[in-house]
Write a protein that binds this ligand. Structure first.
Ligand code: OAD
Length: 236
């Protein structure tokens, strides 16, 4: 069994990192046009750094939840049985990794990395990032940005993701509203290949009609229960 799992902010919500489009979500409190575009970074780098510094501190204080742990267990148990889990996340936190996931492909980048716009190096970065910081790789000052994908930019690892999607036997979306492309198009691509699709979310997403199976509720409840069912099915 080759599983393709796409996670979104809802998977980490109970860890305290917030979502974007829910009531009180990040985009209800902050304007993405002012904080999450290359233009915004060029115009007001201090504001953009402050926003991502706040979110980086939030991630460092957060802990993986039962959904992250269940997915990590799913990956290792499937591998033992000759199957595989391709874990693709839109999340910029490192909670899948801290829960023990062998691999998580971060299509929207990672908050705990900085990227140098001059030499293109990516550097593990846990402290606040500021305009005055110096790139440890090339020594340039003021060239570091959070290693995240902004609106208007191409998500990362798309070829690897497309190949995994083409090889998958099941597509599963967890905690995502299905409103940001290209990730929002994965369910339709899976349906075109006629493979089963499953949604685990607090409520039906924008793409709910594209799923052949759905379980609604908090990720910390529905994800571990679904993982147990999958592992039981694999054993039979
Ligand atoms: P959204 O905020 O759009 O959607 C979060 C989804 O999670 C919603 O459908 C909620 O119903 C669901 N949800 C909330 N709490 C949950 C819980 N405890 N358990 C299960 N589900 C829950 O977040 P994403 O779909 O991840 O991109 O957003 C996609 C992208 O839009 C983000 O990666 C980000 C954002 O703009 C960039 O910044 C480029």
């Amino acid at each position: 069994m080759r599983l393709f799992v796409l996670t979104g902010a809802g998977c980490s919500a109970e860890s305290g990192t917030g979502t974007f489009r829910d009531k009180g979500g990040l985009w209800a409190c902050f304007d993405p046009a002012r904080l999450a575009t290359p233009k915004a970074f060029a115009r007001a780098p201090d504001d953009v750094h402050a926003f991502y510094n706040m979110r980086r501190r939030n991630v460092l204080e957060a802990h993986p939840n039962a959904a992250h742990y269940a997915l990590a267990r799913l990956g290792s148990e499937l591998a033992k049985r000759g199957g595989s889990l391709f874990l693709c996340t839109q999340n910029v936190d490192d909670l899948h990794e801290r829960a023990g996931a062998q691999q998580a492909v971060h299509m929207h980048g990672e908050l705990l990395k900085a990227r140098c716009v001059r030499c293109k190096a990516t550097i593990h970065w846990e402290q606040d990032l500021n305009r005055q910081d110096v790139c440890p790789s090339c020594g340039a000052e003021g060239s570091l940005s959070p290693d995240v994908v902004w609106f208007g930019e191409m998500p990362l690892h798309l070829e690897t993701i497309q190949n995994a999607l083409n090889a998958a036997d099941i597509f599963v979306a967890i905690g995502t509203s299905g409103s940001v492309y290209p990730a929002a198009g994965f369910a339709a691509a899976a349906r075109e290949r006629d493979i089963p699709t499953c949604e685990l979310n607090m409520e039906p997403s924008d793409n709910s009609h594209l799923f052949t199976e759905a379980h609604y509720g908090p990720a910390t409840e529905v994800v571990p229960a679904w993982v147990e069912r999958i592992l039981l099915a694999v054993e039979q």
